[in-house]
Design a protein around this ligand. Structure first.
Ligand SMILES: Cc1ncc(COP(=O)(O)O)c(C=O)c1O
Length: 378
């Protein structure tokens, strides 16, 4: 089944985001419980027991308003990152934090490198702010240095806001600090603000995180905010939790001008427990290493599809033709497996599909079906 979106490109499954399990079930007449969702990049190992217990306990306090200072969860996040609690802005998902930051900053212009997560353009447009999309050709995303060179050509003016996503959704490209530092420093020197979205970084091993993250640069002297999401790594998209790390003076301005009750007690309890559960993070890192090896072994090298970098808990693939991708998408959907069509990403198209990395059983089932479809056996 195909749907047309507003600019009349074919959008398989419809919409701008993945993870629309209820809609998939309605459109394809499935029982929602039987859907295997590869379209949203949620940790299949979660939510951890520690989070489930904390949420169950927090149910006992839902007759009270949530802590509008988010004091406890900020202590835990500050310890997790080695920053101060005063540097944090927490929100109902990373998306709310972005919206809070955009509203506070009201930048003259937002520069977005496409393809990109849809909310980077949607939020400033909702606020009637100017958005400039800078296309980075799809083939460049195989090479982080080439991407940074292309980003470095953008004309950045004082007062601009530049959005930099690392690891990058939807391409999976990861930029090490050594690679990104000079480019980001130049944007900051020009007087721009930089939002560094690290929503998927917790999935990577600790050495990889340390070699990638910009958290250590967040202070009062740099116009920089780091965005993180617990929604995906703790597997709580039905609760949502995200946060930003920035200079204390910026964070205090944002926190003083917001609705503090938007982060409910259950979400605060979930994140408080989850970010203390080191074992869960270790298990997640181990799982991802093993499953990326599985994906590499089976998907890589197949001449009928092009594979983008395998760094994080999702990967981008390009089928040889849009018709082939549509066929694969439709046949999988018929069986209850949903991929993320990339037709709604500026700069990509129907031939691109994004695939979440899931459990071994699910990953095996997916590859078995995809390889049969490509071989014309189904
Ligand atoms: C790159 C990126 N940043 C941020 C978010 C939003 O995170 P949250 O679900 O916590 O609002 C997403 C969600 O898909 C994302 O892909």
């Amino acid at each position: 089944m195909r749907m047309k979106n507003v600019d009349n490109r074919t959008v398989i499954g419809g919409g701008m985001h993945g993870g629309r399990v209820t809609e998939y079930a309605e459109m394809w007449h499935h029982n929602p419980a039987q859907i295997v969702d590869f379209s949203a990049n949620i940790n299949p190992n979660g939510p951890p027991v520690s989070v489930q217990q904390a949420v169950a306990e927090a149910m006992g306090s839902v007759m009270h308003y949530p802590d509008a200072r988010q004091w406890q969860v900020k202590q835990v996040l500050a310890a997790y990152h080695g920053c101060s609690p005063e540097q944090l802005v927490v929100g109902n998902g990373a998306t709310e934090v972005m919206e809070l930051l955009w509203r506070w900053l009201m930048p003259k212009r937002t520069l977005i490198f496409t393809p990109a997560f849809g909310e980077y353009a949607a939020i400033p447009r909702r606020l009637r702010l100017q958005v400039q999309e800078i296309p980075i050709p799809a083939k460049l995303w195989q090479d982080p240095v080439a991407v940074l060179n292309a980003m470095g050509q953008a004309k950045v003016l004082p007062g601009d806001l530049v959005v930099f996503n690392n690891p990058h959704n939807p391409t999976g490209t990861r930029f090490t600090r050594v690679q990104w530092q000079a480019t980001v420093a130049r944007w900051l020197e020009k007087g721009a603000w930089v939002f560094m979205d690290e929503a998927f970084l917790d999935f990577l091993s600790l050495p990889e995180q340390n070699a990638t993250s910009g958290v250590f640069w967040a202070d009062n002297h740099r116009q920089l905010a780091i965005l993180r999401s617990a929604t995906k790594v703790l597997s709580i998209p039905g609760l949502r939790f995200g946060y930003g790390i920035t200079g204390e003076k910026w964070a205090s301005q944002v926190n003083q001008n917001r609705d503090g009750w938007s982060v409910n007690s259950l979400a605060q309890a979930a994140a408080t427990a989850g970010f203390q559960d080191q074992k869960f993070f270790q298990n997640t890192h181990q799982w991802l290493t093993e499953e990326l090896a599985y994906v590499r072994q089976h998907w890589e090298g197949d001449p009928r599809l092009q594979l983008f970098p395998l760094n994080v808990n999702f990967f981008l693939t390009r089928m040889s033709t849009p018709d082939m991708a549509t066929f694969v998408y439709d046949q999988l959907a018929r069986q209850g497996l949903f991929l993320r069509s990339c037709a709604s990403f500026t700069g990509l198209g129907t031939e691109y599909l994004r695939v979440a990395v899931r459990s071994r059983v699910d990953n095996q089932r997916l590859w078995a079906l995809v390889s049969q479809l490509l071989n014309g056996l189904l």
